[in-house]
Design a protein around this ligand. Structure first.
Ligand SMILES: *Cc1c(COP(=O)(O)O)cnc(C)c1O
Length: 429
């Protein structure tokens, strides 16, 4: 690191010692970062090719209002998503309010009363519990007479094939597979492992609809789960594929009939994909997708950098510093509330927005302990932007993700280290 750059970091409150510690770690990650750059390059070409193939033009950015009939920008974007993510069709809309909504839509539109949903990878993401009705909730699948079965993964992180075989029955219509570990401690699934699971399921019941909750996984590998047999992949545009620019939205990509079902449920039977104004956000969807491969690569570098820093300092990190990556989430276990708080304060102070506020733990609805969150984002709640949160209870783990650029992610992590050091919560010798 040259003197000028060190001086710049110093102005942002990072000491020379912290800079040098970070630099040593960064140098040791050169090869891994190269791998990530190569993957970003591959995915960048994939996105550009899809945009060229579908003749994206300036008119696509005009947007529509009212019913949104014949919205060329919207229809073309859906073709781009389908090509890019390897599906027959896509639904990509600002009317899909978030990831949970996209998943609920895919489920509620492709299941009918009497059908059963199976999760062969354990408990799904928290918000899905109410969608499914694991926790009773208005409008849940359970209220419509759709039942749910779950098979947990084995303690070593492998699939419990025998239990999955037993759980399948003539009513099993749809299987939901969550790619990212979310806030669970099981490993995140690679696309290859998802492929093995789908092959096993379809070997028994070829007509099963296999849906993948693709949140946080997009562009972390060369292929998406559609390449290994997924009938639908589902995600949020304020995570990876929105590239930080999409201000709202969700997507479903996959088999034509599955996407069609979702469209008729999102709008109305008889209307489907034909309506839905793209308003003024469509250009950000295109441009965000265009940037997404590089944005995701920055977030991945940040996650790996943090894992290696905190592993070196003696903290438990998931994934560990050397593991292969299939999503952008990093967990660090601090075993102390002070360290958890210091970490979140560091992330907040590094933000371009709201850097001057201090995150405070609070009793968020739906949690059984206080939760502390740090985010200074351009888009509210966007978790492709650098953000961190953790429940203030043992083992005091923080989950962090994102960073629109690698340099910002790096500053955030150095800032966390600086905070921990100043409060004598780490030993850097
Ligand atoms: C974020 C996330 C969701 C829910 O998305 P929201 O946009 O927060 O509603 C679902 N599943 C996984 C794995 C996620 O990471």
């Amino acid at each position: 690191m040259n003197r000028q750059l060190k001086e710049q970091y110093r102005r942002l409150g990072i000491s020379e010692e912290v800079c040098e510690f970070g630099e040593k770690i960064e140098i040791s990650l050169k090869e891994r970062f190269e791998e990530i750059d190569n993957r970003a390059e591959y995915n960048q070409m994939k996105v550009i090719r899809a945009m060229q193939q579908h003749r994206v033009s300036a008119e696509c950015f005009n947007g529509s209002s009212g019913y949104g009939y014949s919205d060329m920008g919207r229809d073309t974007l859906e073709k781009v998503y389908a090509s890019c993510f390897g599906g027959e069709d896509a639904l990509v809309r600002p009317q899909i309010t978030c990831g949970t909504h996209a998943l609920a839509l895919a489920l509620l539109s492709n299941l009918r009363p009497g059908d059963e949903l199976l999760s062969p990878v354990g408990k799904p993401y928290d918000t899905l519990e109410e969608v499914i009705g694991i926790r009773p909730s208005k409008g849940s699948l359970a209220e419509y007479g759709i039942t749910y079965r779950q098979v947990d993964m084995l303690p070593d992180g492998s699939f419990d094939y025998e239990a999955i075989r037993k759980a399948l029955n003539p009513r099993t219509k749809l299987v939901t597979i969550q790619r990212s570990k979310g806030y669970a401690t099981r490993p995140t699934l690679s696309v290859a492992r998802i492929g093995e699971l789908i092959a096993f399921l379809k070997g028994i019941r070829p007509e099963l609809i296999c849906m993948v909750d693709n949140c946080y996984g997009e562009f972390t590998e060369e292929e998406e789960p559609t390449a290994v047999g997924a009938d639908m992949i589902v995600g949020s545009l304020i995570k990876n594929p929105g590239g930080g620019l999409a201000p709202v939205g969700g997507y479903i990509v996959g088999r034509k009939d599955c996407v069609e079902n979702a469209a008729y449920r999102l709008t109305s039977p008889g209307l489907g994909k034909e309506v839905g104004a793209s308003l003024g956000v469509i250009q950000s969807f295109y441009q965000g997708l265009f940037l997404a491969p590089v944005v995701v690569s920055g977030a991945l570098k940040g996650a790996i950098f943090a894992a290696n820093i905190y592993e070196r300092l003696g903290f438990a990190v998931i994934p560990d510093g050397a593991e292969s990556r299939h999503d952008i989430i990093q967990a660090i276990t601090f075993r102390s509330p002070d360290a958890l708080l210091a970490f979140c304060e560091g992330i907040q102070e590094a933000a371009p927005v709201d850097s001057y506020v201090r995150p405070e733990p609070w009793a968020m609805p739906g949690y059984d302990s206080d939760v502390v969150m740090a985010a200074g984002a351009f888009v509210q709640g966007s978790s492709i932007e650098l953000s961190a949160d953790g429940p203030v209870k043992p083992p005091y783990a923080v989950y962090f993700q994102g960073g629109l650029t690698w340099y910002h992610a790096k500053l955030g992590i150095l800032k966390t280290l600086q905070k921990l050091k100043e409060r004598h919560l780490v030993n850097m010798d």
